[in-house]
Design a binder for this molecule. Structure first.
Ligand code: BJW
Length: 257
């Protein structure tokens, strides 16, 4: 039995049970129950900081120290957060479906910490650093204190967080994989995303246009809601375990003799 009311329940659960190719797109909402602030909405990161002040290449060129301070603050905050039940279900689903792909807009690394082996990171990672001038390889960097700021590459240019800012292209290989997997998905879940930042917001629409059954998991309506087959209303950390249980009920505990 499912603890949630699933719209179009029989068809939704049946499609998910039988699906061979499942694609999931996550956004900041999947980490909300881990106490990572979302970008928009109540308590969102953008309420205190204007994105154009911090998450653009122009902002970094203007004031790299301010931008770095924001990212180091976020590294520290997320370092103290733990993956939640939604991250854990998604990690398990790698083994549940014949083909399962997790695409994330999140830069917080919580999917990997929950056990997801290779999520496609569309917007990079908070825990990598790269040169702002040379197109070299990013390196893992978990420091929360760096002195002096900004850190500098051997070439002399400031280093930057390996994330995708507004106006920048997404990593090409990640974007191409995400597009092609979305086109061939049988079931596509959009979880915890406001569905307004492009091109990620197009993926559920592309999946729907290619014939996938599209589910949204979000406590709120979004611009995607009108276009999905079923919207599951509630926090991801509640909905996903319930969905998991509904498609694959665990054996009840055996009665004690
Ligand atoms: C819960 C929950 C719970 C809460 N459970 N859910 C076409 C049209 C219009 C504009 C554009 C366009 N194409 C491109 C643009 C411009 C721009 C854009 O999309 N702007 C929009 C704002 C309109 N896009 C870009 O600039 C992109 N680049 C690009 O397209 O370049 C083209 C190009 C090509 C070739 C060469 C050069 C250029 C880049 C976008 C980069 C986005 N970067 C950020 C920052 C990353 C780094 C960092 O973290 O600092 O990515 S912005 C921010 O938004 C972050 C997120 O990944 C992204 C999406 O946010 P998300 O995940 O949806 O979070 P929220 O907060 O918005 O929503 C949370 C949701 O969770 C809510 O719905 C809640 O209800 C829900 N929720 N609790 C489940 N418990």
């Amino acid at each position: 039995m499912t603890a949630i009311r699933v719209p179009r329940e029989e068809e939704t659960l049946d499609r998910l049970r039988r699906a061979r190719r499942v694609v999931v797109l996550t956004g900041a909402g999947v980490s909300a129950e881990s106490r990572v602030p979302t970008f928009r909405g109540p308590g969102g990161l953008w309420r205190d900081f204007r994105p154009e002040e911090l998450a653009t290449p122009e902002a970094f060129a203007r004031d790299p120290v301010l931008v770095w301070e924001w990212y180091l603050w976020r590294r520290g905050l997320i370092g103290n957060c733990e993956p939640n039940a939604a991250h854990r279900v998604l990690a398990r689903w790698e083994r549940r479906f014949r083909s399962f792909t997790l695409i994330t807009q999140n830069v917080d690394g919580l999917h990997q910490r929950a056990g997801s082996s290779a999520p496609i990171e569309l917007h990079g990672s908070l825990f990598r650093t790269r040169c702002s001038r040379e197109a070299g390889t990013a390196r893992e960097d978990r420091r929360v204190r760096i002195e002096p700021l900004p850190p500098r590459c051997a070439c002399g240019a400031p280093e930057r967080p390996d994330v995708v800012w507004f106006g920048e292209g997404l990593p090409l290989e990640a974007l191409q994989s995400a597009l092609s997997l979305s086109r061939s998905a049988e079931v596509f879940l959009a979880i915890g995303t406001s569905g307004i930042v492009q091109p990620a917001a197009s993926l559920p629409r592309i999946a729907a246009a290619s014939g996938a059954w599209v589910l949204e998991v979000n406590p709120e309506d979004t611009p995607l809601t009108a276009e999905v087959n079923a919207a599951l209303r509630g926090p991801a950390g509640v909905i996903l375990p319930a969905l998991d249980e509904a498609i694959e009920p665990r054996d009840p505990p055996s009665p004690t003799p």
